[in-house]
Design a protein around this ligand. Structure first.
Ligand code: NAG
Ligand code: NAG
Ligand code: NAG
Ligand code: NAG
Ligand code: NAG
Length: 308
């Protein structure tokens, strides 16, 4: 019995030792991409004429490494030769370069990464997610609609899944988008580099938030419904129109839909059990917003028998 805790500690200790010493958790400030089996020259950024090198903290020189002055040549890059190259003057760290192999994208390239982007309106902000198994960190940079580069956005993954938000401050919601936005992504695993670019128009990735403030009022034999556009949807309404879809449940349990454009109220026959609403841009992306929560009509009824 008393042995259990120490066994546990031993196991934890083993697991810690097994994780690679150079596992990346952030994008290294300086990295170099080499081709498999080709030579890579790593330079130590220093004035010191003669330096020593470590790879992932190990001093032992490998046969395929050739050091001269401030440069180190990796002869025929392979996976064991990837990682954190640091140059030193004695015990003083001078510079660090992370060396990785360019990963040859499989046929279909970004298809496999399943990248998808969504914008909730025409504000120039959007969110993308993608997945690349075995990669641990990404950085992504937007080429804005006016042609300037955005800042690099650093993205740490969870189980090979990544997601990040971007904003194009030069995006004009009133102008027709003539050129697609460009998003460039670079990813690193412990020993490889991946690089791809996607192009898209904001108008093609817009998915509004659900409409808000859905209210139901019973009057005579009619139910009057009113709602408002999503708070994130831009104004004026005359320019940024919305198509609405009401879904409601009839007394006998069947569901029916009603589409409406450019209005924020309507009526339904009394007896309707519950309603919910969704919306989309009528002219651009055909993607509907998520549904609002179901709104029970019974609770809203002031009088009259509840249909069963
Ligand atoms: C590389 O090694 C140096 C020296 O040990 C360390 O300071 C640095 O954080 C390491 N970099 C990465 C990306 O692991
Ligand atoms: C890609 O993403 C879509 C939805 O975002 C999902 O349904 C599909 O299963 C994903 N495909 C792969 C290969 O992960
Ligand atoms: C593009 O837009 C950004 C952000 O609004 C601005 O900082 C930059 O100066 C603009 N560049 C050009 C070339 O217009
Ligand atoms: C990323 O890809 C582009 C084009 O595919 C290329 O021009 C660029 O040099 C690549 N970046 C790196 C760091 O290899
Ligand atoms: C439910 O009621 C609607 C309208 O009253 C009717 O059109 C529909 O056929 C009914 N469905 C069932 C399954 O009874």
């Amino acid at each position: 019995m008393h042995h259990q805790p120490s066994k546990m500690l031993l196991l934890v200790g083993l697991l810690l030792c097994l994780t690679p010493a150079h596992a990346l958790t952030t994008f290294p400030p300086k990295f170099q991409v080499g081709e498999l089996d080709e030579d890579v020259v790593v330079k130590c950024n220093t004035a010191v004429p003669q330096v020593t090198w470590t790879l992932n903290g190990e001093l032992e020189p490998m046969a395929e490494l050739f050091a001269e002055g401030r440069t180190l040549t990796i002869l025929g890059l392979d996976l064991p030769a990837t990682g954190n190259y640091s140059c030193w003057a004695g015990s003083v760290l001078l510079d660090t370069t992370y060396v990785v192999v360019r990963s040859t994208p499989p046929a279909g390239k970004e298809e496999g990464m399943n990248i998808s982007c969504q914008a909730e309106s025409y504000s120039g902000s959007f969110r993308c997610s993608w997945r690349v198994p075995r990669f641990s960190v990404f950085r992504a940079r937007l080429t804005r609609s006016n042609g300037s580069f955005g800042e690099w956005v650093h993205v740490a993954g969870r189980h090979g899944r990544f997601s990040a938000s971007f904003t194009d401050p030069s995006f004009c919601p009133f102008a027709e988008e003539l050129h697609p936005l460009q998003l460039h992504l670079e990813g690193l695993s412990d020993n490889s580099f991946l690089n791809f670019t996607i192009h898209f128009f904001i108008r093609d990735i817009v998915q509004p938030d659900p409409p808000q403030k859905l209210t139901v009022r019973q009057q005579g034999n009619q139910l009057y419904l009113a709602w408002a556009p999503p708070a994130s949807w831009p104004l004026p309404k005359s320019y940024f129109a919305l198509l609405y879809r009401l879904q409601y449940e009839l007394p006998n349990g069947t569901q029916a839909d009603k589409d409406l454009e450019g209005v924020e109220e309507t009526s339904l026959p009394a007896g309707t059990r519950r309603v919910r609403i969704s919306c989309r841009d009528p002219y651009a992306s055909p993607t509907w917003s998520p549904w609002s929560a179901w709104q029970d009509v019974v609770a809203a009824q002031q009088r009259g028998p509840v249909a069963r």
